[in-house]
Design a binder for this molecule. Structure first.
Ligand code: SAH
Length: 214
């Protein structure tokens, strides 16, 4: 089976699994996931699974990328802040659906690789930063949308505070892989509405700088 045929099969699988937003599905159809997957896993690039990348991290499962993007209610007029660039695959999807994407990753090696791939795909509406994403991006806040792609141990208040009124943050929360859930957090004036969505398994959101050796 060719990569193109595998990609069509993946998009059909995502539809069957409940992804209905055609903008999200066509963004997935446009982005070559094989570009974001290590050489050794090329034959699995269009399987609906997470795969290992450098720095002991993972490229997320396509279904989770699609569902989280859909929950984010994408809008071409809006800016979005993403925490946890990883391979840059989810970032590339966001670039198709938002006006500007700010993405933060704590591993320099990952962000450099992701930037190269995003430039190859001509994703020019992205700003990639190597820093601790738990601080958010106060210089550019508030944001109408925030997407966190690593599991926070608890509701990340610093990030929630950087949401616009009416803004949406999608974030996995949980300390153990067996008990991690996606939350949709909506800012309502001074308060927040929190809706728990599906169960997930993400690598942890780690506060602070990366030790020099890693
Ligand atoms: N969406 C990515 C998934 C990346 S996995 C993809 O599809 O490839 C989560 C990423 O979050 C990892 O690369 C990890 O290094 C990063 N991360 C964890 N804690 C972070 C923090 N405090 N700030 C920025 N990035 C962080």
């Amino acid at each position: 089976m060719t990569q193109a045929a595998r990609k069509i099969r993946l998009v059909l699988d995502l539809r069957r699994a409940g992804v209905t937003d055609t903008r999200v599905l066509s963004a997935i159809e446009r982005i070559p996931r094989e570009l974001f997957v290590p050489e050794a896993f090329q034959d699995q690039a269009y399987e609906n699974t997470a795969l290992p990348i450098s720095c002991s991290q993972t490229i997320s499962q396509p279904l989770i990328v699609a569902l989280m993007t859909e929950l984010l209610e994408p809008d071409k007029r809006l800016r979005v802040l993403e925490i946890g660039t990883g391979s840059g695959y989810q970032t590339a999807v966001l670039c198709q659906l938002f006006r500007r994407v700010y993405t933060i990753e704590r591993h320099r090696e990952l962000i450099l690789e992701a930037e190269t791939r995003l430039a190859q795909l001509k994703c020019h509406n992205v700003t990639a930063l190597c820093t601790d994403g738990t601080r958010g991006l106060p210089e550019q806040a508030p944001f109408p949308r925030i997407l966190v792609t690593a599991a926070a141990p608890e509701m990340p208040a610093t990030l929630a505070d950087q949401l616009d009124d009416g803004g949406i943050m999608i974030v996995p929360i949980g300390t153990s892989v067996a008990d991690q859930w996606i939350y949709k957090v909506t800012r309502e004036g001074k308060g927040f509405r929190e809706d728990r969505k599906g169960q997930v398994r993400f690598v942890p959101l780690v506060a602070g700088a990366v030790p020099a050796a890693s």
